[in-house]
Design a protein around this ligand. Sequence first.
Ligand SMILES: [Mg+2]
Length: 347
Amino acid sequence: MASRKILHADCDCFYAAVEMRDDPTLREVPLAVGGSQERRGVIATCNYAARAFGVRSAMPTARALRLCPDLVLRAPDFERYRAVSREILALFHELTPRVEPLSLDEAYLDISAVTRFRGSATWMGEWLKAQCLARTGITLSVGAAPNKFLAKVASDWDKPDGLKVIPPQAMEAFVAALPVTCLPGVGPATATKLETLGIRRCDELRHLPREALIERFGKFGQRLFELCRGRDEREVRPQRVRKSVSVETTFPRDLPDLASCQAALPALVDRLEARLARHGHPPPSQAFVKVRFDDFSLTTLEGSAPWDALMTQAWGRGARPVRLLGVGVRLRPPEARRQLPLFDEGP
Ligand SMILES: [Mg+2]
C-alpha cells in the first residue's frame, strides 16, 4: 500500500481566538469562553494567558475563577464561530475535497493525491496557516503524517501556531519515543496501569506481546498493539452532505393533548440547537415538526412559522394522543466550493 499523506489542522483556542480577533481589548488578558459560575457552567475554551493560570477546557467556571480571579468570561456566540468555521472549511476544500471535519475548528485532510505545492505536505501546511490567518485572523496548528493518529499528535506538537511534519522515514523513531499518554484512548487509568508495568513510552510498550495486551486491556489491547507501532489505517471520511438535522423523543406515556405537546417542545428545540452548534452546520433554511400519534400514524409539517405554530398545525392533523415528537431543520446546500486558482509552483 502506497504511503498516505494526512494533515490534521486545528485552530488554536478557537472560540477565544474569535473573541480576541473581534475585540482587541481581550488580547492581553486571560480570557475564557464558557458558561457562567451562577449557572454552574464550564469553560469551553480559554486563551493562552488563561492557561498560564491552569485554566483548562471542560473545567467548571467556578474553579477557573478561583485559579484566575481576573479571568474575563464571555458567553459563547456559536453563530459567529460557525461563520468563521465555514470560511476555514472552504479554505481546506481549496486544497482537497477529502476533508473530514471533526468539530467547528479541526479537520483531517487527505492530501495523498494533491499535486500542487509539488505534493509537499510542509508547503501545504504553511500555505493553509498563512491563508487562514490572512482570511480569518485565526491561527492554525497543522500536523502532517502518514496516518490520522500521528497527524493529530503532530498538530498538537508545536501548538500554538505550530507546523510539525512526520515524514514516513521519520515515523519509526518518532513513535518509539512517544509517551504512551499521547496514544488516543490512553487516559489516566490506562497510563497508570502501564506505568506499573514499567511502560512509559511506545518502544517499551512494543515489548508486550499482542496476547498480553489483549488479556489486560481487552479489545483496546489490539489497538494499543497497533498504535505503539505507528499503525492506523483509518481513512479520512469526507463529510457526507447532510440534508437535515433533527432530534426526537418517544414518550414513556402518550401525551394526551396539544397543551402537553407544546410543553414538551422547548426541551426538544434546546437539544436541536445544541446539536446544530456542535456540528457547525450552516444556517438552517426550513424547520419541521414530526408527530407520531398513538395509532402510529405519522405526520411531518414543514414551514417557517414559529415552533409552537408548527406544532399546533401538525397536531391538528390527527388531534389525538401522541407517542413521539420530533423537531428538525432542513439545511441549505453546502457552501459552493470556491475554486480559486492556486499558485502551482514555488514562491
Ligand atoms: Mg482547536
